[in-house]
Structures are given as structure tokens and as C-alpha cells.
Design a protein around this ligand. Structure first.
Ligand SMILES: O=P(O)(O)OC[C@H]1O[C@](O)(CO)[C@@H](O)[C@@H]1O
Length: 455
């Protein structure tokens, strides 16, 4: 079953002062239409992706090679890994997939430099039958580069040919990975320069490991294409991205500065991790209005249904009016389990007998949305009829376009991330990178002067 569905019913509260009323939307129809035209005129790189798939043939040409390995290891971070993780956990959860009647490699994604984490994955692979996909748009990110050096060291220690066990996904021209690939003839795929990292899941960044894992990347792009047609619709009530961006914006202006994404499905859970980078890094910005510094952004929070009904939902129901909750609902699970009719003598248990877990889970979702609504807390549903590549492709493109609209409403640039640079610079300086010596002195001096408060 193809195509996401949406339920915005519980985003409207006609009888609550802070609630949005449906009739308010009409005022924004014109503004949203203008914004959609602006985005289509500016045509940010991600908007071109569903049609502009010239890179697709290069990926498909590699299919036999990448699927010939036992293990396929992604080395990246942020936008160069979160989409990969979301794709694998959603569409290849058993991490063991058959395509054209043959086994595909086990996919691993190393997206941090925690030595225990990295070591635990390296323990599971045999370098002789492993392909490392080093992904970095800038080609310089310390975490991806460190893990690349470790992988490279392993390959060389076994006397293996790097060209046979490494493929880079990086900028077509710039960065150290591009330089090394030219010098050594290491295969590379290109990240379109005009596509930002957190918007790059539907480029070779996300698609190569998806294909390696046996995921249908053609249908993934078809889903994105389908959603493109829906999100450029000027009729607000037929455009899920525009309606969701506008509602998040209107609530944000009323102080709802937290956006909770709560999948009621373990397979859909890590879509929320991908969403967190997209929403936080695109919208969390500081800017100057007539000399006044303004900090904007809506904090994305991940929750899991039903698990977080026993963790965060107390806060959502009775805490401050500062959250908009998005449920990801799955209608048809791949499997189901019937609860047996045992202990029928106990009414506290017997009501469960004969029911299925999916019935219980989605009843719990209804219970949570009912309670939130009773507490006057805005909530909406993105509904997956089932999990397939098409629907996941729709999801990615929906939120990418929604982010672009939300940024326009906030009047900020969605595509830069100046706020991450200082932390990186301190790391380069304290790790002794050439050219950062003076800055290292400045940092150490500033820190040494601080009054210590250590327990
Ligand atoms: O793909 P790269 O250049 O290694 O960057 C990885 C991530 O680091 C950032 O540049 C900053 O955190 C993200 O925007 C990006 O997704």
C-alpha cells in the first residue's frame, strides 16, 4: 500500500485560548503559496533530487560489486550516516536481505568515535570480505576521517588493496577524500555540492548502503517524487508539508518550542533520529534583527510508543504547553503475534487473550493521542499503511520540504550550520592540527582562568 496518510484533527483547539483554529489557516494560504514559489525558484539541491537521478546509474553499476561482500561498513556522521541508519533499520531491519535471489552483505554503520562502539563493530567483520564506504561531504570531518584511517590501517596491515575494499562518497571536487581518490584510483561517488548533508539521504550518501543491503532504491526515489507533487500544491489543505510546517510555526509563535516525534513502531524509530538533525540543524539559528540578536529553533525530541508512555508522556500531558507531538503510526506490521488465552480466570489478564500485539499497540497510540488532546496538547499523525521503500521515500521528502517551508516562515537560512564550527575548531586545535596552534593557546588560556567548580 503506497502513500502516507495524515491526520491533523488534534492540532486544532477551537475552545482553548492558545489553540489554533481551522479558520485561522485561511489567512496564511497566500503566504504559503508565495513560499512554495520562492522555494521552487531557488530550487535548493534536495528539491531536484527525485527527478535529477543521473547519479543513480553509477550506483546501480556498482550493485554486483558491493553485494559481493560479506560486510558493508559505512564510516560517516550526521547527515552522512543518520539517513543510512534510518534506511537500514526501517527497510532492512534484519540486516540480511535477499535481492535477485542472492544474499546481500551485512550492513554496519559507524557514526561515532566511541572506541568501545567502533571496536565492537570491527570485531564482527573480516577485512578480506568487507567494503568500507567512507562518506563525508566536506571530506574533512574528524570523526569520519579517524574511522577511515583506522579502516585503512586494518586493510594495509592485512596487505589488502585499498582500491578493493574502500569506496568514498564525497564532494566532486573538494576535500582530502577527493584528493586521495584521484591519487590512488579509489572508487568514489559524488555528493551533489548543492545538496546539504542533512538533506542528502536520497543521494549516493544514503542510496549506496541501501542498495548494498538490498533495499529498493528506485521505489524510494519514486516515493520522494510522489511527495514532491504533493508538497508543491498551493492548496494548503491538500499539502501535508505546508500544513504541518504552518501549524508547527503557529504553535512555535505561541511558545511551543519543542517538536516531539513519537513512532509507534520500533522499525520507524530511527527516522526520528534523522528528523532531529534535519529540524535542529536547519532551524536552530541565531540572527541579527536591527542590531538585536534573536535565537530561534524548535527542539526535536524522539520518543517511542508504547515505551515512552511509561517515561516521557507524563511530561507531555501535564507539563508545560511547549510541545507539538507527531505520531508515526504503522497500520500493517510485517508480522503479528496473537496473545494466547491463558489465565482466563483473572479478568486483569483475560481481556488481553485473543488480541494481537498490533491491536494493543495501536490502541495505546489512540489512548495517548486522546489523553494529549484532553489535556489540550496539539498532536498529529503521519500514517504508514505499511513500511515499504515508497512510503519511506515520501517521508524523507515530506520533512525535507516541510523544513524548507518552516525556515521561510522563521525567516532564516535552512542550509547552513555556523553554530557547529567553534566546537570543531577547538577539537582541531587541541588535537594539534596544523594552523590551529594560536587558537589552542587561546583556548587553554581561557579555560585556565576560569574559576573551577569540580565535585
Ligand atoms: O558529511 P560531512 O562533511 O562529513 O559532515 C557531516 C556532518 O557534519 C556537519 O557538517 C556539521 O555537524 C553536518 O551538517 C553534516 O551532516
Amino acid at each position: 500500500m503506497k502513500g502516507l496518510k495524515f491526520d491533523f484533527t488534534n492540532m486544532f483547539f477551537p475552545n482553548i485560548e492558545k489553540g489554533i483554529k481551522q479558520e485561522e489557516l485561511i489567512e496564511y494560504e497566500g503566504k504559503i503559496a508565495e513560499i512554495i514559489d520562492e522555494i521552487l525558484n531557488e530550487k535548493p539541491g534536495f528539491v531536484k533530487l527525485p527527478q535529477d537521478t543521473k547519479f543513480l546509474d553509477k550506483i546501480l553499476d556498482l550493485q554486483d560489486w558491493i553485494q559481493s561482500f560479506e560486510s558493508f561498513v559505512v564510516l560517516g556522521i550526521g547527515g552522512s550516516a543518520l539517513g543510512n541508519i534510518a534506511l537500514q533499520t526501517t527497510l532492512n531491519p534484519l540486516n540480511y536481505n535477499y535481492m535477485k535471489n542472492r544474499k546481500t552483505p551485512k550492513i554496519f554503520i559507524i557514526d561515532n568515535v566511541d572506541p568501545d562502539f567502533v571496536a565492537s563493530i570491527l570485531d564482527q567483520i573480516d577485512p578480506h570480505t568487507t567494503l568500507f564506504n567512507v562518506i563525508s561531504k566536506s571530506g574533512t570531518t574528524a570523526e569520519a576521517m579517524s574511522n577511515y584511517l583506522i579502516a585503512r590501517g586494518i586493510i594495509e596491515s592485512y596487505g589488502l588493496d585499498p582500491k578493493e575494499h574502500i569506496i568514498f562518497t564525497t564532494d566532486p571536487e573538494n576535500g582530502i577524500l577527493r584528493k586521495i581518490s584521484k591519487e590512488e584510483g579509489i572508487k568514489t561517488l559524488e555528493i551533489p555540492p548543492e545538496v546539504g548533508g542533512r538533506f542528502s539521504v536520497l543521494t549516493p550518501v544514503g542510496l549506496l548502503s541501501a542498495l548494498a543491503g538490498g533495499i529498493d532504491i528506485i521505489d524510494l526515489l519514486n516515493g520522494a517524487k510522489s511527495m514532491l507533487d504533493k508538497v508543491i500544491n498551493k492548496n494548503l489543505k491538500e499539502n501535508p508539508a505546508a500544513l504541518n510546517a504552518l501549524l508547527h510555526f503557529l504553535y512555535y509563535k505561541k511558545g511551543y518550542n519543542i517538536s516531539v516525534m513519537m513512532p509507534y513502531s520500533n522499525k520507524l524509530l530511527l527516522l526520528a533520529d534523522w528528523y532531529r538533525q534535519l529540524w535542529a540543524e536547519s532551524l536552530g539559528k541565531k540572527y541579527n534583527i536591527n542590531g538585536e540578536i534573536v535565537n530561534v529553533g524548535q527542539t526535536p525530541v524522539k520518543a517511542l510508543g508504547a515505551t515512552d508512555q511509561h517515561s516521557q508522556v507524563q511530561l507531555y500531558n501535564e507539563g508545560p504547553d511547549d510541545k507539538v507531538v507527531t505520531f508515526l503510526k504503522l497500520e500493517k506490521f510485517e508480522r503479528d503475534i496473537k496473545i494466547p488465552k491463558v489465565h482466563e480466570e483473572y479478568s486483569a489478564l483475560s481481556y488481553l487473550g485473543g488480541k494481537t500485539l498490533s491491536e494493543l499497540l495501536n490502541t495505546e497510540l489512540f489512548g495517548t493521542e486522546y489523553a494529549l488532546t484532553e489535556h489540550g496538547k496539539p498532536n498529529m499523525k503521519v500514517i504508514f499503511p505499511e513500511i515499504n521503500s515508497f512510503n519511506v521515500g515520501e517521508f524523507f521528502f515530506l520533512y525535507e520540504f516541510q523544513t524548507a517551508i518552516m525556515a521561510k516562515l522563521l525567516e532564516i537560512n535552512a542550509y547552513d550550520q555556523p553554530g557547529v564550527e567553534l566546537g570543531k575548531k577547538v577539537t582541531y586545535a587541541l588535537m594539534g592540527r596544523e594552523g590551529y596552534e594560536e587558537f589552542a593557546k587561546e583556548v587553554n588560556e581561557k579555560v585556565s582562568k576560569k574559576e573551577k567548580f569540580e565535585l
